[in-house]
Design a protein around this ligand. Structure first.
Ligand code: FE2
Length: 407
């Protein structure tokens, strides 16, 4: 397969015996070429804060929340910008050119959001950012929560967030979903709710989100993130819910890195995986995409902002090792994420923007298996990152030999 780029866009490859000369020719050597990667769920304001001011010794969600509560007091615009701009570079090196970041707005000064709004403009040529007004402590349960959410949207948040399962009561939770939907409807924004991120099978705000989406006719513009409680719902309830999720055209984001480590913490054996029903949602025709969630923060100490790490974990954790399932994982970090963000002119077809990733691997399976280097990352037709593959040498029977993990 060959692909031509002109004026920053993909064009139909020239035909005929004597194609016009190109200014640059790249030999992909039969390797996998995809549209740019999309990370639809990350918390950029918290990245690279692991160990500050102290380590999370238990690794639990609640110790993480307590530590973040201490760290957030020291937040400054410069501090946020320094950490985030480093991770944005990591993302570009990994081929991620489109990012949706939740930003904590439970702060009367909205420090993190102000920093992110500045960075979004500063780095607009390098990477496209969508910012979610995310009320980490709740909307109804935090002083002046509704006013802060409105202010965040006026300040430049692109998407309205929420965290209904963390509100003080079930009623507050419902109210917060309805508030977020109404606010987004009023301002013409999208919605992305941290929804039912708990092992509690009584946490059932996804049905409220689906119903509000249908009532306000916002199909396709609303996303539910995490939804880990779905793992613990009874099958009859989950089956009915998935039908309504499909009817509402909700986008779903699963975050296997954080949720593999944080869920099931109250269980004795057997310990639940505490993961949303990815396979069932996909089978029902729901758009499901894959997020990274945390990069070295109080909740998850690892990560390098590479969606392939999240995909690798989902192979095991979501039991997606079937031949077609591994190929689907690449869709979940590209086209499915793009649909969630509402990107246009995205893809490999003529007319799309030339935002591309060339892997150092011939297939989707090898890309996931090796978390293969991104040999080239192209944005608007220009190379913005490249990776020189590492050379591996073993001494075998007294002689040095190169090792190639592909053959
Ligand atoms: Fe999250």
């Amino acid at each position: 397969m060959s692909l031509a780029i002109q004026g920053g866009r993909i064009v139909a490859p020239p035909t005929g015996a004597q194609p016009p000369p190109a200014s640059q020719v790249i030999n992909a050597r039969g390797n996998l070429l995809t549209p740019a990667l999309v990370d639809p769920h990350i918390h950029l304001d918290a990245v690279l804060t692991v160990g500050q001011p102290r380590q999370n010794l238990s690794g639990s969600l609640f110790e993480g929340i307590a530590i973040w509560g201490e760290r957030v007091k020291d937040l400054t615009v410069d501090d946020v910008k320094r950490r985030v701009s480093q991770v944005l570079r990591w993302q570009v090196a990994n081929g991620v050119l489109f990012v949706r970041s939740h930003v904590d707005v439970c702060d009367p000064k909205l420090t993190a959001l102000r920093a992110l709004v500045e960075l979004k403009l500063e780095f607009a040529d390098q990477i496209t950012l969508q910012l979610v007004a995310f009320p980490q402590q709740g909307i109804q349960s935090f002083p002046d929560g509704e006013r802060l959410m409105r202010q965040a949207v006026e300040l430049g948040a692109d998407v309205v967030g929420g965290i209904p399962h963390f509100e003080l009561t079930r009623e507050y939770g419902e109210q917060s979903v309805k508030f977020a939907m109404a606010l987004a409807h009023e301002f013409g924004k999208q919605v992305d709710i941290h929804c039912d991120e708990t092992d509690d099978d009584h946490s059932r705000f996804l049905e409220v989100l689906a119903a509000e989406t249908i009532r306000l006719n916002m199909q396709g513009r609303v996303t539910a993130s995490h939804t880990t409680a779905m793992h613990s719902y009874n099958n009859a309830y989950a089956g009915r819910l998935i039908v309504n999720v499909k009817r509402a055209g909700l986008n779903m984001v699963t975050n296997p890195l954080d949720n593999a480590t944080l869920q099931g913490r109250f269980d004795h054996y057997p310990i639940r995986r505490g993961h949303t029903r990815v396979k069932e949602l996909l089978a029902a025709g729901v758009n499901v995409c894959l997020g990274h969630d945390s990069v070295m923060d109080p909740w998850y100490p690892l990560g390098k902002a590479d969606p392939l790490q999240a995909a690798f974990v989902l192979v095991h954790y979501g039991q997606m090792s079937g031949y077609e399932e591994i190929r689907t994982l690449i869709d979940m970090i590209t086209v499915n994420g793009a649909r969630t963000l509402g990107l246009t002119e995205y893809g490999l077809e003529p007319g799309c923007r030339a935002d591309l990733v060339l892997f150092e691997a011939p297939s989707e399976s090898d890309a996931v298996r090796l978390m293969a280097p991104r040999r080239l990352v192209i944005r608007g037709g220009k190379v913005v990152a490249r990776t020189e593959p590492a050379e591996h040498i073993v001494t075998w029977k007294g002689r040095e030999e190169p090792v190639d993990f592909l053959r």
